[in-house]
Design a binder for this molecule. Structure first.
Ligand SMILES: C[S@@+](CC[C@H](N)C(=O)[O-])C[C@H]1O[C@@H](n2cnc3c(N)ncnc32)[C@H](O)[C@@H]1O
Length: 358
């Protein structure tokens, strides 16, 4: 094990970075409020071709509302400092605003193809979700009594809060549309030979749709809980199938895709799902798992911090966790797969692990 590179961080930078962590809840709240007020959407290129003044922005985002321009400007400054909105000063000395490089990820509308994190962000800000993270310390000091922080698994929690479930599914849909571009660019070896691909826990089918877009010869089966499938729209080349992956998964695919599924479950449940995948696959078939892989050693300058944050997010749900490669390997082999190979790692989107059936 090497010495982590953080040992060389300079004191000024350390202070600034520590204060940024201490105030990060306000950054998230500011971004969520601007999403809610349609500020990013009002700056979308389809709606404002040229940089707009703050009065024009307020009128476009919140028509007919009395807007406190000074407060809006203060919130915009936070976004400018984070490259989500760009500010320029015109020849008349007037400030003008447009979407910055991060801004498109907070659009709620017009994201059918490219996706966004807007709904995922709003889901995380819902009071019930916030509440579910509050006693995280109990998971350290009283792990047994606080194990069921949300009253069970993430999906049992969602059953009690249908409106949150809807926002979560929208959030995952937007998320996957963003992430799949990176995954498809990074993972090029696995799909060309696949004819029928079953996406287990595929949500509304965003991942399959992106895969088929890139590989039109693939026929897709999108498998999820019946309630999720009932809300899904028809997609070209995709058959939607409702069911429970703990009971079984559809047969007929030569490969099975599992993106951001295994991290929601404890080891026993993961083995159950993987066994069902193994049973449904033909000999020579493969499960393509996309999940975060926790590194053995954390190098602060190099690690994808989202992996470790997502892992703590998982702690709030019954037995859920991000795993090391050795853990994936153990679970895959326990389910009957003959090989478990890490194929590639894609920052913030997850790693691609292939589990091969002999
Ligand atoms: C974190 S989301 C990931 C969705 C999608 N794979 C993606 O990456 O966008 C987990 C998915 O698993 C589905 N799911 C949960 N329990 C399930 C079960 N027992 N059977 C089938 N799907 C399930 C959820 O409805 C949800 O769509």
């Amino acid at each position: 094990m090497g010495v982590p590179k953080s040992a060389s961080i300079d004191p000024g930078h350390a202070r600034e970075a520590a204060f940024a962590i201490a105030t990060s809840h306000i950054l998230v709240r500011t971004t969520a409020a601007l999403v809610e007020m349609d500020v990013f959407d009002a700056l979308a290129p389809e709606r404002s071709a040229n940089p707009v003044t703050i009065q024009e922005l307020a009128a476009a985002a919140m028509p007919g509302k009395a807007v406190n321009i000074k407060n809006l400007e203060r919130m915009l400054r936070v976004m400018i400092s984070n490259s989500a909105i760009t500010e320029t000063v015109d020849t008349a000395g007037e400030r003008r605003y447009e979407l910055g490089p991060l801004g498109k990820f907070f659009l709620k509308t017009g994201i059918q193809d490219s996706g966004s994190f807007a709904h995922y962000l709003l889901y995380g800000q819902a009071p019930e979700v916030q509440q579910s993270y509050r006693p995280l310390s109990e998971l350290v000091v009283e792990p047994e009594s606080a194990r069921d922080l949300n009253g069970g698994t993430l999906y049992e929690f969602h059953q009690k809060h249908p409106e949150l479930n809807k926002l979560f599914n929208q959030g995952m849909d937007g998320n996957s549309k963003v992430m799949m571009h990176a995954i498809l660019d990074g993972y090029q070896s696995g799909f060309p030979s696949v004819r029928v691909l079953v996406d287990v826990g595929g949500g509304f089918g965003a991942s399959l749709s992106a895969i088929i877009d890139r590989y039109p010869h693939i026929r897709g089966i999108n498998f999820d809980l019946p309630g999720v499938i009932a809300e899904s729209s028809p997609l070209p080349g995709v058959e939607h199938v409702g069911g429970d992956m703990f009971e079984g998964v559809p047969e007929g695919g030569d490969a099975i895709f599992l993106k951001w599924i295994l991290h929601n479950w404890g080891d026993e449940d993961v083995v159950k799902v993987l066994k069902n995948c193994w049973k449904a696959l033909p000999s020579g078939g493969k499960a393509i798992v996309v999940d975060h892989v926790v590194p053995e050693v954390i190098e602060p300058e190099e690690v994808d911090k989202a992996i470790l944050i997502m892992d703590v997010m998982m702690m709030a749900h019954h037995n859920a966790k991000e795993r090391k490669l050795s853990e994936f390997r153990k679970l895959g082999l326990a389910a009957g797969f003959s090989q478990v190979n890490l194929v590639c790692q894609i920052r913030s989107s997850g790693s691609v692990i292939e589990m091969l059936k002999a």
